[in-house]
Design a protein around this ligand. Sequence first.
Ligand code: E4P
Length: 220
Amino acid sequence: MKLYLDTSDIQAVKRISAIFPVSGVTTNPLIVCAGETSLFDLLPALRDAMGGQGTLFAQVISNTVEGMIEDALKLRERVENLVVKVPVTPKGLQAIKELTKQGVPTLATAVYGAAQGFLGVLAGAQYVSPYVSRIDAQGGDGPATVSELQCLLSTHAPEKELVAASFKSPRQALECMLIGCKGITLPVNVFDMFISDPAVFAAVDQFESAWQKKFNKTCL
Ligand code: E4P
């Protein structure tokens, strides 16, 4: 499965890419607005922070079909190979269809239902992102939606990729991984929570101090 970072934090992408093979970085307009760097400076910086590896995703802003296509082309001009995120609305579906014809890879985003997301895929999107915690927050079942969508992809479009998004806790992400979700994108704080349990550091300290005591060194 693939693990992406959902962030505009360039330093965090550098730090995490150095310790873990991230599959790429996803952004959205809120994530970009939360940072200080303008989108067109941010995108190449994020690409470089990944050491030229991985896939970068950025979202269109316009709410017209022509505007979305124009935004998509501008984004791709800035970073070659960038995947363009397009919300699955009626206009977004049309933009996905047109962009696919032009050979521009897209991710179907703002997905709150499995069938809605699947339409984005059938319109041509290579990736699709169900919003796990947002679905939960409106009384739905985020992981169940991910499971349904993953099942639709595995059955009808195995070459397409699910990238579950909108995570607030490691548990939500773990649940999605357990039900067979093939891709997730995590905010930096959630990624860090997976590897910051104090018990782990205490265990490592214990090993080291026992060795030091017995052999008077901290290596083999
Ligand atoms: C993916 O990139 C989504 O846009 C993102 O995960 C949404 O996250 P949020 O629900 O925290 O805004």
